[in-house]
Every structure is written in structure tokens, then in C-alpha cells.
Design a protein around this ligand. Sequence first.
Ligand code: NAP
Length: 279
Amino acid sequence: MDAAFGWTGERRALIGQGTWMIEQDPEASAVAALQLGIDSGMTIIDTAEMYGNGRAEQVVGKAIKQRREKAFLVSKVLPSNASYDGTRRACERSLRHLGVDHLDLYLLHWPGSHPIAETMRGLESLVNEGMTRFIGVSNFDTDELGPVLRALKNERLACNQVLYHLGDRGIERRLIPFCRRHEIAVMGYSPFGHRSFPRAESKGGKVLGEIASRTGKTVRQVALQFLTRDGCWAIPKSGNREHVRENAGALNAPLTEEDAGMVDKAFPAPDRDVPLGII
Ligand code: NAP
């Protein structure tokens, strides 16, 4: 289940790995979980300077020591650091924490107060110097992407990372079609709702359970397969090897259209435009 990552020419499995709060897991278990994930095909690793003030990046650095070539490393600059010089300094810090000489993708974490043209100039300079291969943004709604596209002079926007889970499908109305038109990869974060996955006894939870038991999947695998059904990436975080094994299992045997239709009905997308959700 790999797919073209926007216009970049990269192909990657549609399920990757998040790392928000992974520094709070026992380090050996977090490192082993990330390594198992990479070895199972979940090669996109998403981190950020914000996560544990660089400690999540350090955990990722340990996990990828022998696996740098396989991994597609994503990190993010905090909006408060995203001046031209600040963006460059933040990227250097992230590279140090990760112990690598370049990132694959570097994102502005959310829209901030530094002029977008200045931040984009900073990001473009990092591509120019080989410190990241691609650049992108996160938490940018459709109307905020236009100014980003206009600000970029030498590079193309590769990715927009946004909230996407069964309880928040707002991006399906305008944002996904916009990104598709511009060949921007959409990476959905918090695919399990951060810590609010549908409970088994809820109406929607029962639908997930029915599909899961009939198809030999787990409810989380059904959720991941639904969220990636149209080529959006999902980046579940786990510091637990059993959970990672389960999440990677969703890369096999995609949902049938009929089962995807059942999930769609149980967790409907909004019927009008809504502001972009954010965690
Ligand atoms: P999430 O991936 O929706 O959920 C993570 C939670 O689910 C953790 O408590 C994890 O616990 C648990 N979990 C994972 N797999 C499981 C499984 N198979 N069975 C049971 N529990 C499981 O939440 P998230 O961390 O908020 O989002 C994912 C990633 O998206 C983040 O880590 C981060 O990289 C990114 N993100 C980006 C932004 C942004 O603004 N750009 C915002 C939020 C998140 P265990 O560790 O114990 O498995």
C-alpha cells in the first residue's frame, strides 16, 4: 500500500509513525517500537522540535542509527522560531538531535506571526543547502495555502500535515481536493483521535467491531485503512511493539468498498465546510 508522495517522486507506505510524547515512553521500548515499524514498512517518521523540546527527535535519532537510508524523516519548526534565521537555526538543531545530515521533509508546524514569505525563504534555503530534501506546512487550511504557494520562489510545497481521524473528516470537503490539484501530499495526524478512539460500545465502535471480526482485522486496522483509502498518509504514534505490529498490519488487505461505505456512514464527514480542526 505505498503511494506517490505528491509530486516528489517518492513512493512510501501510506502508514507512517508519529512521535508526539514518545519521549515519555521507556526509551528502549520506544526505540524498539520505531525500529520494528520501519522494518515493517512504516518508514515515514514524523517528529518536531516541539516534541519534548527535542527529546522525541533524540529518540528517533537512536532508532534510525542503522536505518537512515530506509527512513523518510519529517520534522517541524515552531512558528515562533520561523523567521528566516530562526528557521535555519531550528533545522540545524533538529539535525543535531537526530544525528543526521539532512531531513527528508521539513514543515512549518502551524501558521504563525512571522511573514509567510520570510519563512518560505528560510525553508527554500535549507533545500538549496541540502539540509532537507522537501518542504511543507502543517495545520494550514485551504485559504492559507494560496499565500504559501505564491511565496515559494524556487521550491514546490510537498506536504500539508493536518488533523484527520474518524471523528474529524472536515478536510475531505475542500482541503484534500485542493492539495490533490496541486500535487501536495496530505498527511493526516492523530489518526486515533490522539487519545479518543471510538469506544467499543459506541454506535460507531460497534460498526468497526463488526467489520473487524468479519474480516480478521482489528478495529484500529479498519480505522487506518479507512483513513488511507484515498491516498492520504496516516501517522499513528506508538511506543509499544505490539501496537506497532498491529498498525503495520493495516498495510495488508485494504478495506472493500462496501466496508469503507459502512465506516463512512458510521462516522460521517461534515455536510458543510468547517474550519480545519487542530490538536
Ligand atoms: P494518535 O496516533 O491518534 O494516537 C496515539 C495514541 O494511540 C497513543 O496513546 C498510543 O499509545 C495509542 N496507540 C497507537 N497504536 C495503538 C494500537 N494499535 N492499539 C492501542 N493503542 C494504540 O495520536 P497522536 O500522537 O496525537 O498523532 C499521531 C502523530 O501525529 C503524532 O505523534 C505526531 O507525530 C503527529 N501530530 C502532528 C500534529 C501537528 O500539529 N502537526 C498534531 C498532533 C499530532 P502507545 O504509544 O501506548 O501505543
